[in-house]
Ligand binder design. Sequence first.
Ligand SMILES: Nc1nc2c(ncn2[C@@H]2O[C@H](COP(=O)(O)OP(=O)(O)OP(=O)(O)O)[C@@H](O)[C@H]2O)c(=O)[nH]1
Ligand SMILES: [Mg+2]
Length: 340
Amino acid sequence: MKFVDEAKIFVKAGHGGPGCVSFRREKFVPKGGPDGGDGGKGGDVIFRANRSHHTLLDLKYQQHQIAKNGRHGSGNNRTGHGAEDLIVTVPPGTIVKDFETGEILADLSEMGQTFIVAKGGMGGKGNAHFTSSTHQTPRFAQEGIEGEERWLKMELKLLADVGLIGFPNAGKSTFISRVSAARPKIADYPFTTLTPHLGVVKYADSRSFVVADIPGLIAGAHEGLGMGIQFLKHVERTSLLFHIIDISMEPDVDAWKNFKAINDELGHYNPELLDKPQIVAINKIDLPYVKDRVKKEVARFKKKGIILHSFSAVTGVGTQEIIKIMVALLNKTDIPDDHE
Ligand SMILES: Nc1nc2c(ncn2[C@@H]2O[C@H](COP(=O)(O)OP(=O)(O)OP(=O)(O)O)[C@@H](O)[C@H]2O)c(=O)[nH]1
Ligand SMILES: [Mg+2]
C-alpha cells in the first residue's frame, strides 16, 4: 500500500435546516396559531484516530470531506432531523493544522481519540417561536446557520518508541525483521526501504514496544541527496534512536566519520533529535573481517565518550542484549552492566 504522510483537505460541516412557517389548521378552530417547527442541526465533521489506518492515503484521494445538512422543520411543531456527523478515520499520530495559519488544531495520538474539526450549523427556529402579544401571526422563520468550513493540512508522524537510523545497507530492516513480525524488503543494494514502517517487539511479561524502520541516510541528505531527510519526522516522536553502523563494505570505512555524518543529518533536520538517547552498534559481526575490527572501534568510540555495541542481525548474536538495553532505556531502569 502506498505510504502517504501529508495531505491537504477541505472540510465542511452541514448547514442547519431552515425553520418552518406554518399555521395550525383544525376543524372548528378558525385561526390556528403558528406551529412551524425548527430546522435540524447540520452534521459535524469529526476525525477519529484508529489503527485500522496506517497512512493518509484515503484523504489524499478524497480531498473534500463534507457532512450532510440538517432537515427542514415542518408543521405541527415538528423539528427537522439533525444530520449524522461525518466520521473520518485517520491513523494515530495524525497532526491537524489550519492550512492558512499553520496553527496546530489537534494531535490525534491516542487510539480512539476524536476531534470535531468543523461544527455543524444550528437549525433555524420555526415561526412558532416568534409569536408575541403584538404579533400573533409571524410569517417568517429563521434560516439555518452555515456549517463551519476550512482547509487543513494533515501530517502523519508515526508513533514509535525506537527509531532505527543509519546508512543504507546497514541492516536496519534485517534487524526489525529479526526482532518483530515486520517483514520489510531486505536487499544488498542501498535504499531498499523507501517508506517507513513499524514493527512490534515483544518481550517479557507480554509487554512490547514499537520500532520504526526508515530509509537510510547519507551525508548531504539534508540537501536532498539520497532519499533526503523528510522521513526523519517519523522518528521525531520516538524515545530513543538505535544507530546501526556498517563497516563491512570497504576495508578503510571510517566508523566514526559515518557516525558523525548521520548525526549531522539529524541535526540539520531537527537539533532536538540529537538530545534523544542513542544506542550505537556495529552490525554484521558474523563476518570475520568485521569481528576482527570491532575491538579497535569500541576503544575509539570509548575515547569519545560513546559506548559502542555490536551484534549480527543475520545470526542474532547480540540482538537480545540490544533489546534489553532498549527496554531498560524505555522503562528508565538501569542498563545491565555486562552489555556495556
Ligand atoms: N553478513 C551480514 N549481512 C547482513 C547483516 N544484516 C544485514 N545484512 C545484509 O546487508 C544488506 C542490507 O540489509 P538491509 O536490512 O536491507 O539494510 P537497510 O539498512 O535496511 O538498508 P536500506 O533499506 O537500503 O536503508 C542485506 O544484503 C542483508 O542481508 C548481518 O548481520 N550480517
Ligand atoms: Mg531497509
